[in-house]
Ligand binder design. Structure first.
Ligand SMILES: [Zn+2]
Ligand SMILES: [Zn+2]
Length: 243
């Protein structure tokens, strides 16, 4: 084991930021660490980028480290708008990204990012509710777009949220998923890929909300309801895993 300093991770290894939506639990770290950061690109869809410029990097609540918007422009960060479903290169890497809109308390938009590196893909979803609770078709459209990549084994895994255990009432979900709703969505996906294609497929569970006892509930519920034979991965801070 070799150790890399947090400064090196921030300045050297992180090549850019893909922002799924501008809620503070997703951007607070980026904002607070911006004075110590190196120059790089921030990628987001238009509505999210406008919120970053209006509420945070605006010369009032925080200095404007961006290259657009209000106040003195420090220009450490270059803002790169992502047009939905258009492949955009990620600067200083061999990767590209394609953005797909998600519904996170309809009509508020969050984003999924399909990352491509040579022939392999990974899919990350920002906060999202299920199509049922959001009265939306955003996840159905995303599953339709990525199903072929699962069938031909190019997609290596999906990062998706489960914020609450099944006990949470629908009215208290605020655009998030439970194990029940995640499994319901993955069953819709399986109708497009065939059930066999999802056996052993990696689903990385993100965004479990405290208290810690809920983490155990969510893990147990996912395990019990895993009739598709998926491989659920629960990432831990600082621990490496591979797709
Ligand atoms: Zn959110
Ligand atoms: Zn969140």
């Amino acid at each position: 084991m070799f150790k890399i300093s947090s400064e090196a991770v921030l300045k050297k290894y992180i090549k850019g930021y893909l922002i799924s939506h501008a809620h503070l639990d997703h951007v607070a770290g980026l904002i607070i660490n911006s004075p110590a950061d190196s120059s790089k690109t921030i990628y987001a869809i238009t509505s999210c980028m406008e919120m970053m410029q209006k509420h945070y990097f605006n010369g009032e609540t925080w200095a404007n480290f961006g290259d657009k918007g209000n106040g003195y422009l420090i220009k450490k960060y270059h803002y790169q708008i992502l047009n939905p479903e258009e492949e955009t290169p990620i600067t200083n890497t061999t990767m590209t990204v394609k953005a797909f809109p998600l519904s996170h308390v309809n009509p508020f938009e969050s984003t999924a990012f399909l990352i491509k590196n040579t022939d392999a893909y990974a899919l990350y979803l920002g906060d999202t509710g299920s199509d049922t609770t959001e009265k939306s078709d955003k996840l159905h459209l995303l599953w339709t777009a990525i199903a072929p990549l699962i069938k031909n084994k190019q997609l290596k895994g999906i990062f998706i949220e489960v914020s609450f255990p099944n006990e949470q009432e629908d009215a208290q979900l605020y655009g998030h998923l439970t194990p029940n709703y995640l499994l319901k969505e993955l069953h819709s996906l399986s109708e497009l890929t065939g059930k066999n294609a999802l056996k052993g497929f990696k689903i990385i569970i993100t965004h479990m909300k405290p208290p810690a006892e809920n983490f155990l509930k969510i893990k147990a519920q996912l395990k019990r309801q895993n009739d598709l034979g998926l491989e659920f991965i629960f990432p831990e801070q600082g621990k490496r895993f591979e797709l």
